[in-house]
Write a protein that binds this ligand. Structure first.
Ligand SMILES: [Zn+2]
Length: 105
């Protein structure tokens, strides 16, 4: 998953699929199948069965999308970018926007 360069709470832009053009924050990452849960993106409707205590109905929840359908949003460019990784003197790896050179934390 390292190659994805994506982390929880990153702002990402959806670049393909039904929600193309939408942006959202990564809620959860599923490294085993390269999928991400992004807030307010790829909403699916789940049917809930009625129980004795609760009425049934529809609930809308996010479904995971494949990482290749999103791009990291550079806070400076405010656009989806493919960042490069740079290693700081401290040994820390940071993501850097290829367009403006901004470090994306
Ligand atoms: Zn940038």
């Amino acid at each position: 998953m390292q190659k994805l360069k994506l982390r929880k709470k990153d702002k990402v832009l959806v670049v393909s699929g039904r929600d193309k053009g939408k942006t959202g924050e990564i809620i959860k990452i599923f490294p085993s199948d390269n999928r991400l849960l992004v807030g307010k993106v790829n909403i699916v409707t789940k049917h809930k069965k009625a129980t004795q205590n609760e009425p049934g109905g529809l609930s809308k929840i996010e479904a995971p999308i494949h990482y290749s359908n999103v791009m990291l949003v550079c806070p400076k460019c405010d656009k989806g970018v493919r960042p490069k990784l740079e290693t700081l003197q401290t040994g820390e790896r940071v993501r850097v926007c290829r367009k403006c050179g901004e470090t994306i934390l």
